[in-house]
Design a binder for this molecule. Structure first.
Ligand SMILES: *Cc1c(COP(=O)(O)O)cnc(C)c1O
Length: 442
């Protein structure tokens, strides 16, 4: 499969290049040249298939030309070593729990898939030089990437995080791993970490010294595998005989997760319509209302993984529905609003939703999932069945959830295990020279 850039001014790339580079030369996002429609027989039998086999079929449509069948199956099965259940919350509303992976985050799937795909390419080339992944994190991405790449031969990961600015649980998830994961504790804020990573990619001497790559969330190997979740959700709801008017609701920040769901829809997945649920960062919501996209600085909310003021995957969604810029803005907007509606919630509304849902159903929502649940409560129509993504385990936001619901959320064993490990990190200033000196010695 070949990949083109949403900005239309970069050379076409093969999968290997798209994965290693992440972003195209013109700073556009890579899009597959073709989105294959899956056969009717697949959808007819999907309710009898297990998650891994459904995912293997979907993966084949994207990656089957570039990765041989056995290797792809191995990558998919290894990535999906956990369950992804659909849980009834009330009436016609179901929670798609995306938090049963190693770090209890839905980003685990993309991170692990990317690590294994990169390893496949390294082996295929018989390459002996180590590949180094640099990732800046404000918390969640770092843990998913670090755990996804943990123990993957031939790849070393450097996680840069702002000192004192990530939660203790998050910090444990990438500082206690050891092996091929190095945590770098930067005396600065998240933007300083990101600036260090960007400078490193641009430094010629450093790039001569070591092979560098990023594991950014816009990477095709990270975002496309998230489509697996939606095929699985459809299968589980179909098995209940309730999939005829299915509404999929995705709490969104950078819109990677919902974008993968929309790719699934293009592949033939019978979802009637989508809802993008936002916190107070309502740029996409406003786009749906007005047709104008006006990015702005993000505001901090309770659902902080969705605090995004300029969603990076917006360009992919526009590209998908404009047929690679062939349609006018109006026609594109019309197609998008026909399929996707929006919702936006303040912190007060998120808290109220969490309390009300807990009171009515005993289900514990995290602040991100709460946006998705409420958007279904508010927007589901007669005869529709709604599924919202619960994107994080409530224990990941324990202090907030305990405080809002006045409970003591149980910490799953997997999360508790991280907290027992010994923290190891390399202290670093926010001065690029120091970071470069350190890398030049590795
Ligand atoms: C990353 C994240 C989101 C937002 O996902 P996007 O793909 O950026 O839209 C929502 N909830 C949680 C818990 C996340 O970690």
């Amino acid at each position: 499969m070949k990949y083109y850039s949403t900005n239309g001014a970069a050379p076409i790339a093969d999968l290997h290049k798209a994965v290693v580079k992440g972003l195209a030369e013109d700073r556009g996002l890579y899009m597959p040249e073709e989105i294959k429609i899956l056969p009717k027989a697949f959808f007819d039998n999907i309710q009898d298939m297990k998650f891994q086999d459904i995912a293997y079929n979907v993966a084949g449509a994207f990656f089957g030309e570039d990765v041989d069948h056995d290797a792809l199956q191995d990558i998919v099965y290894d990535t999906l070593s956990f369950d992804c259940p659909v849980v009834k919350v009330k009436d016609n509303i179901y929670s798609l729990e995306l938090f049963h992976g190693p770090t209890l985050a839905f980003k685990d799937v993309g991170a692990r898939f990317m690590a294994r795909l990169l390893q496949f390419f390294i082996r295929q080339e018989g390459q002996h030089e180590q590949v180094n992944v640099l990732v800046a994190t404000s918390g969640d991405t770092g843990s998913a990437v670090a755990n996804g790449f943990l123990g993957v031969e031939g790849i070393h990961v450097y996680v840069l995080y702002p000192k004192g600015k990530v939660s203790p649980i998050q910090e444990c998830q990438f500082t206690t791993l050891g092996k091929n994961i190095t945590a770098i504790e930067v005396d600065g804020v998240f933007d300083d970490c990101q600036a260090l990573v960007k400078s490193a990619f641009m430094d010629a001497e450093l790039n001569q010294h070591m092979k560098l790559t990023s594991a950014n969330s816009i990477n095709v190997a990270r975002f496309l595998p998230q489509a697996f979740y939606y095929f699985n959700a459809y299968a589980r709801i179909k098995a209940l005989g309730k999939a005829d008017n299915l509404v999929m609701c995705v709490p969104s920040g950078n819109f990677g997760n919902i974008c993968s769901a929309l790719f699934g829809h293009t592949m033939g997945l019978p979802i009637k319509r989508f809802i993008a649920a936002n916190n107070a960062n309502d740029i996409f919501y406003k786009y749906l209302q007005t047709g104008k996209y006006e990015p702005k600085a993000s505001v901090q909310t309770l659902a902080n993984a969705m605090d995004v003021g300029d969603p990076s995957n917006f360009a992919r969604i526009i590209n998908l529905y404009s047929q690679n810029n062939k349609l006018t803005n109006e026609a594109t907007h019309h197609r998008i609003t026909n399929l996707i509606s929006g919702a936006t919630y303040s912190d007060e509304q998120i808290k109220e939703t969490m309390r009300q849902c807990y009171k009515d159903t005993n289900y514990i929502l995290d602040p991100h999932g709460a946006c998705g649940y409420q958007a279904l409560v508010d927007g589901l129509q007669e005869g529709e069945v709604g599924v919202f993504c619960e994107t994080a385990h409530p224990a990941k936001f324990k202090e907030k959830v305990d405080d809002i619901l006045n409970i003591d959320v149980e910490i799953p064993d997997r999360l508790a295990a991280f907290m027992k490990g010994e923290k190891q990190s390399v202290p670093m200033t926010k001065d690029f020279k120091d970071f470069k000196d350190y890398l030049m010695k590795q």
